[in-house]
Ligand binder design. Structure first.
Ligand code: ADP
Ligand code: MG
Length: 313
């Protein structure tokens, strides 16, 4: 249904999106996940034809959107990061205006009524958009995307800035929309997509970091296997000694709240578990080994690690 091939976007010399490849099947609810600045909005703007790609191809139902932008746009309902709402219009005036703008063909009254019901905004139909709460405004944004009944919905951070109750409500709405539509939603919060999506695409610094179901995604993000240890001792000497252990790869070091105690991640290069040799090393130097566990973790941990890397921590 959606196929992206070698998609890239440059802003001047800066490559914001770097050779993305992915597929989204019909009827899927896909979570597009990545830290702030990863390139989610840029990608979504290209998928919806709002931004021209620098390189690559986007196929919607096997049609290249660069060759047939109009048809592709009709197939997609898009909620941009900042929804194009007009505060001086009532909800109904606004949706009628969008109906005209999109050239929708459905019987107007019934169609807009159905959308209001679906988006849960029936009770605010006559109110000015400028007077609505953020949660309701976001629902009006989703209603905007639904005008014309496009088979694909692309929602850019639909829960950004909402409180936990509103987030839960939007999540429920997305699940409901997913029964009739193919949905792609972006977020920088992992738990949000874990609850809703069976397909997750993770991007980091413009590149795909993982693509699959939540379980395989964890495995992909977690290519680095290793051991997490807490050792009391001289940092420089400990790092050198850990690096020199047979089977050890990169060693990362973090400060802790305790003096002279550091946390190290020792990545392993082979299959051999490092914990025994680390224990022996610490014993031989009389460095107290305060903790030792496998660095393989949950998807949550992996995602935090990815996010940290992006911020250059
Ligand atoms: P996300 O939606 O994942 O937070 P964006 O797609 O908005 O990320 O941005 C990706 C990167 O591109 C960021 O580093 C951002 O600063 C940069 N960027 C986005 N829009 C522009 C633009 N119009 N001009 C220059 N750089 C941009
Ligand atoms: Mg964004």
């Amino acid at each position: 249904m959606i196929e992206v091939k070698n998609l890239s976007k440059y802003y001047g010399d800066f490559k914001a999106v770097d050779k993305l490849n992915f597929r989204i099947g019909e009827g899927e609810i896909v979570g597009f996940l990545g830290p702030n600045g990863a390139g989610k909005s840029t990608t979504m703007n290209m998928l919806t034809g709002y931004l021209a790609a620098s390189e690559g191809q986007i196929l919607i139902d096997n049609k290249d959107i660069m060759e047939d932008a109009k048809t592709a746009r009709k197939a997609i309902g898009y909620l941009p990061e900042i929804p194009p709402l007009y505060p001086d219009m009532t909800v109904m005036e606004y949706l009628s205006f969008i109906y005209e703008l999109k050239g929708a063909k459905q019987p107007r009254k019934e169609h807009l009524q159905e959308i209001c019901k679906l988006a849960g905004i029936e009770e605010v139909r006559g109110r000015l958009i400028g007077n609505l709460s953020k949660g309701y405004r976001q629902r009006v944004g989703i209603a905007y995307a639904l005008v014309g009944d496009p088979p694909i919905l692309i929602l850019d951070e639909p829960t950004a800035g909402l409180d936990p109750k509103q987030i839960a409500e939007i999540r429920e709405l997305v699940v409901h929309l997913g029964k009739k539509h193919t949905v792609m939603l972006s977020t920088h919060i992992l738990s949000e997509v874990q609850a809703v999506c069976r397909h997750i695409i993770v991007i980091s610094a413009g590149k795909i970091a993982a693509d699959g179901n939540p379980d395989t995604t964890a495995a992909q993000l977690c290519k680095e296997r290793g051991v997490l240890v807490r050792i009391e001792g001289p940092r420089g000497e400990v790092v050198t000694a850990l690096r020199n252990l047979s089977g050890a790869g990169k060693v990362k070091c973090r400060q802790t709240e305790e003096r002279n105690v550091y946390e190290y991640t020792v990545l392993q290069e082979g299959d051999q578990d490092m914990s025994r040799s680390i224990f022996a090393l610490c014993a031989s130097h009389s460095w107290p080994l305060l903790a030792c566990r496998s660095a393989e973790g949950t998807l949550e941990e992996m995602f935090i690690r990815l996010t940290d890397t992006d911020r250059g921590v």
